[in-house]
Design a protein around this ligand. Structure first.
Ligand code: HMG
Ligand code: MG
Length: 313
């Protein structure tokens, strides 16, 4: 991505919805993806293919992926957007079973995920960090062989809900393992949303000081302590050009109790636009989509920018 551009990976349909207890219909999820697509977003994480017991909300992933609108997205020629490169529709998978279901449905990019810490790893994917790495490596190998692109996530980059603060070297080990396995980029997940810009700076300094190219890193900041927009900016200043965010600031993980949603896409787009940095996203349409989905789900619209633009502040 050229210097004056950033790529936003909208994770609303996956991270944004996975922790909402009330059942959301598949058609509402499809409508969300459709509206997000219309804003000009070029990367949208569609859903996850995980154990239905682990995340009941996304247990309709086969129906969603098989829907004609999603099939059209997945089967469209790999469009190059002048703004942000390849159009991407990743799907989160924890294991080979998830990969197989994704492939059967025409998915061309998957995201694998591990934790830098033992506690969250055991809670979220029922295995140790090393077992998680081995699983992610195998999924990445098979996916790559099948011609898919693979994105990686490392969770708990700053803190684990059970183990406390995360040492930088644990994050480095995970990032290195995912890149060596063949992930095209690794998204750094502040799962609990506790980090602040000084923590972002210090971790990026450590990772790049240990030969991790900044161009292979993305930022995934939850906003529990209200630091997420500042964290995105700090990472941008350090050279990161890919950021995950959720429309209306939706998001959370069933295995990270108390953690709030992702940084709101509206807030990220507003911040970059004001700095003359292109995201390719229509902010008005995005704000309307945020308000629509918040109403539809009975959730608070957590985007300050969205609420301000729609005069709801
Ligand atoms: P396990 O219980 O050890 O797995 O869970 P298992 O292989 O024994 O399977 C248990 C059951 O799940 C079986 O069904 C499997 O068939 C089924 P049963 O025979 O009992 O009826 N199953 C699956 N079904 C559909 N798709 C699959 C799949 N795999 C197994 N892929 C496992 C281990 C990893 C499967 C489970 O713990 C799991 O699915 N975990 C995922 C939890 C999750 O999705 N968490 C949220 C996403 S991560 C996140 O939010 C963080 C992130 O945003 C970054 C950040 O913020 O830090 C990415
Ligand atoms: Mg997350």
């Amino acid at each position: 991505v050229p210097p004056a551009q950033v790529r936003i990976v909208e994770v609303g349909p996956r991270d944004g919805l996975q922790n909402i207890p009330d059942k959301i219909s598949t058609s509402t999820k499809i409508e969300l993806i459709r509206r997000l697509h219309e804003t000009g977003l070029t990367a949208i994480e569609l859903t996850s293919v995980v154990s239905p017991r682990a995340v009941p909300q996304l247990s309709d992933c086969r129906d969603l992926l098989g829907h004609s609108f999603v099939q059209d997205l997945l089967s469209s020629p790999r469009q190059q957007s002048p703004e942000a490169g390849l159009m991407r529709w990743p799907v989160l998978v924890p294991n080979v079973k998830g990969l197989e279901i994704a492939v059967q449905n025409g998915v061309r990019e998957v995201a694998v995920f591990i934790s830098a810490t033992e506690g969250f790893s055991r809670a979220n994917i029922k295995c140790s960090v090393e077992e998680g790495i081995a699983r992610a490596r195998e999924v990445t190998r098979l996916a790559t062989k099948a011609g898919l692109a693979v994105r990686g996530y490392v969770s708990c980059i700053f803190e684990d809900p059970y183990n406390g603060p995360t040492p930088h070297h644990a994050v480095l080990h995970c990032v290195k393992s995912l890149l060596d396995a063949g992930c095209h980029e690794v998204s750094l997940g502040d799962t609990l949303g506790v980090g602040s810009p000084a923590n972002v700076h210090s971790l990026l300094e450590y990772l790049t000081g240990h030969d991790i190219p900044i161009t292979r890193l993305a930022g995934h900041f939850h906003d529990t302590y209200g630091q997420a927009v500042a964290n995105v900016w700090e990472a941008y200043r350090y050279g990161v050009r890919v950021f995950d965010s959720s429309v209306a600031g939706l998001g959370g993980c069933p295995y990270a109790p108390g953690a709030k949603g992702n940084v709101a896409t509206e807030d990220v787009v507003y911040m970059f636009q004001n700095a003359g940095i292109s995201t390719g996203v229509d902010l008005t349409k995005l704000a309307e989509t945020g308000e629509w989905v918040a109403n539809e789900l009975g959730q608070i619209n957590s985007s300050r920018v969205g609420r301000a633009l729609l005069c709801k502040t």
